[in-house]
Ligand binder design. Sequence first.
Ligand code: 9YT
Length: 130
Amino acid sequence: MIVKHLNDIVNTKDDVDTSTWNARRLLLKKDGLGYSLHDTVIKEGTETLIWYKNHVESVYCFEGEGEIEVIGGETYPITPGTLYVLNGHEKHLLRAKKQMRMVCVFNPPLSGAEVHDKDGVYPVDETVEA
Ligand code: 9YT
């Protein structure tokens, strides 16, 4: 059994801060669950280009307000209670009108230090757990 608190992650190496988001990575590949789970803050007034070419991500908003624009597709509002699932590797723009907090689940799991490259992509982690 694993029991953790957000406070165990804040200000550690699993607390990854960028100019547009701050991901507190509660569960990672090292936990051996087959997915990772993050409490992520999307900073107010920001727009992030994201393209999870190598991952499927489910995102559940529980605070704030914003929208997701699928490149070449629709724009969906995000409010507390909205769930979106990037099960088609959709390239998208994520915008926060008010600071948002999201629970993010990734499959395959992130190993920890990933940040988006210039195309919004996270690299694939090919390391094998010992
Ligand atoms: C919602 C989203 O994809 N935000 C970017 C950060 C990512 N969720 C992460 O690494 O936790």
